[in-house]
Design a protein around this ligand. Structure first.
Ligand code: GDP
Length: 369
C-alpha cells in the first residue's frame, strides 16, 4: 500500500503503535480514497482542541532539548510524584543550557492526605539537587483533579518574564492531562488558538498555545523512559497497577526469611535483620502474597500467572526478574519500583532483595512521607 500521510502534520500514517507519531486506528482507514487522512493526534486537536501525547525515543528528544537549550525560555519539566526517579528526564540539565527550569510534580492526589506538602516540597528540592537539577521552584499539582493549577499558572507568569515556555516530560506522567487543563483555561476566552508546527530541523511536530502576541507555551512530545514498568505491561495491567485515588498504605510485619510477592510484578525478600514493618504504597487492586523465603522460588516457578498475577509475558513466558540487593542504613527508607509504587521500611540493618522485571528501575531513597 502506498504510504499515507497525515494532512495535518505531514507524518507517515501507521496503525500499530497508538502512543507513537502518526497513529490512526486501522478502522478509520477504510475507503481511504475518498477521505482526507488525519493522524489521531491531529484529529483530536482539530475537532476537540485536545492534546494527545505521543512518545519519542531519546535520540529524537535530544534534538528538541538542544533547540530548547539554544533559546531563552522557561522550561517546565513535569514529573510523576508517584514515580519520582523513574519519570525524570535523564540529563535534562546538560541539554537545556542555562535555561530556567520549573519542576511540576503531578498526581499529588495519590499521596495520603496526611502528607505534609511543605516537607514534600523540600524533599523534592533536595532530591532534585542530588541529581544535579536546581529548579527555580517546584510545584505540586493534580492535573486530573485540578489541584494546584491556579498556583502553577501564577508561577508560570512570574518566572517566564515574557519568554516562551517549553513543557517537557516522560510519557505517562500526565503531561497531556495537564496541557489540556491549561488549554481549557485559555480556550474559555478564545477558540481555536492552538496550532501545531514542525520542530525546526526535525519532522517532529510541537503544539503551541499562544500566551500573547509573541510568546507561546510549547508542548513537546513525551520521552520514553525505559525504566518505567508502565513501558512493559499491557494496558489492562497498567490499569490495575496504577492507583486511581489516594493510596491507602498497607502495613506488613515481617520476620527475616519471609517473602512478599506484589501480584506477579515484583517480589520482596526480607533476607536478614530484626522483625520489621513494611509500609506499602501501591494500587489497592494488587494482591500481596506472603510466603517463606525458601519457598519463594518454587512458588514463582509454579504459580506465576495464576496465584501470582498479573505478570508480564514475553514470548508466552513471564519476563525474567532481576535481583536488586539493598543493605538498609537509614532510619526510614523507601524502596521504589518505578511505576508500581514504593515500600517504606523503618529501622536499619536489614538486607532486602527486590526482584523486578528486567529493565524496570528500582531505587532507594530517604522516605518521602
Ligand atoms: P502523558 O503520557 O504524560 O501525556 O500522560 P497522560 O496525560 O496520558 O496520563 C497518564 C495516566 O496518568 C492516565 O492514566 C491519567 O489518567 C493519569 N493521570 C494524569 N494526571 C493525573 C493526576 O493528576 N492524578 C492521577 N491520579 N492520575 C493522573
Amino acid at each position: 500500500m502506498e504510504q499515507l500521510k497525515c494532512i495535518g502534520c505531514g507524518i507517515s500514517i501507521q496503525t500499530t503503535k497508538p502512543k507513537e507519531l502518526g497513529y490512526t486506528p486501522a478502522s478509520s482507514l477504510k475507503n481511504v480514497e475518498d477521505k482526507v487522512i488525519y493522524c489521531q493526534r491531529c484529529f483530536k486537536l482539530k475537532h476537540y482542541n485536545e492534546v494527545q501525547d505521543v512518545s519519542l525515543t531519546s535520540g529524537d528528544f535530544l534534538k528538541i532539548l538542544q533547540q530548547v537549550g539554544e533559546s531563552d525560555a522557561l522550561v517546565i519539566n513535569i514529573i510523576d510524584i508517584f514515580d519520582f526517579s523513574g519519570s525524570l528526564v535523564t540529563g535534562i540539565t546538560r541539554h537545556i543550557g542555562g535555561n530556567d527550569i520549573l519542576v511540576v510534580g503531578n498526581k499529588v492526589d495519590l499521596l495520603p492526605k496526611s502528607t505534609n506538602k511543605t516537607k514534600l516540597n523540600h524533599w523534592m528540592r533536595r532530591s532534585l539537587k542530588e541529581m544535579g537539577l536546581k529548579p527555580l521552584d517546584v510545584a505540586l499539582v493534580s492535573a486530573e483533579k485540578g489541584l494546584g493549577i491556579e498556583e502553577l499558572m501564577g508561577m508560570i507568569e512570574k518566572y517566564r518574564k515574557g519568554r516562551d515556555v517549553y513543557i517537557v516530560g516522560c510519557t505517562n506522567v500526565g503531561k497531556s492531562t495537564l496541557v489540556n487543563r491549561i488549554i481549557k483555561r485559555f480556550t474559555e476566552e478564545q477558540q481555536d488558538i492552538i496550532t501545531t508546527s514542525h520542530f525546526p530541523g526535525t519532522t517532529l511536530d510541537i503544539i503551541e498555545i499562544p500566551l500573547d502576541d509573541e510568546t507561546a507555551i510549547i508542548d513537546t512530545p513525551g520521552i520514553i523512559n525505559e525504566h518505567q514498568l508502565a513501558h512493559y505491561v499491557t494496558p489492562a495491567v497498567l490499569k490495575q497497577m496504577t492507583p486511581k485515588k489516594e493510596i491507602k498504605a498497607g502495613v506488613y510485619q515481617l520476620n527475616p526469611e519471609q517473602t512478599l510477592f506484589i501480584g506477579g510484578l515484583a517480589r520482596l525478600d526480607f533476607v536478614k535483620g530484626e522483625r520489621t514493618s513494611f509500609i506499602f504504597h501501591l494500587s489497592n487492586q494488587l494482591h500481596i502474597h506472603r510466603t517463606k523465603l525458601e519457598k519463594a522460588e518454587q512458588l514463582w516457578k509454579t504459580q506465576a500467572g495464576s496465584v501470582l498475577k498479573p505478570i508480564i509475558l514475553e514470548n508466552d513466558q513471564p519476563r525474567p526478574m532481576e535481583k536488586h540487593v539493598y543493605h538498609i542504613n537509614n532510619q526510614k527508607t523507601d524502596i521504589v519500583i518505578s511505576g508500581l509504587g514504593w515500600l517504606t521500611l523503618i529501622g536499619t540493618g536489614q538486607e532486602i532483595h527486590i526482584h523486578a522485571p528486567v529493565g524496570v528501575g528500582v531505587f532507594i531513597r530517604p522516605s518521602l512521607i
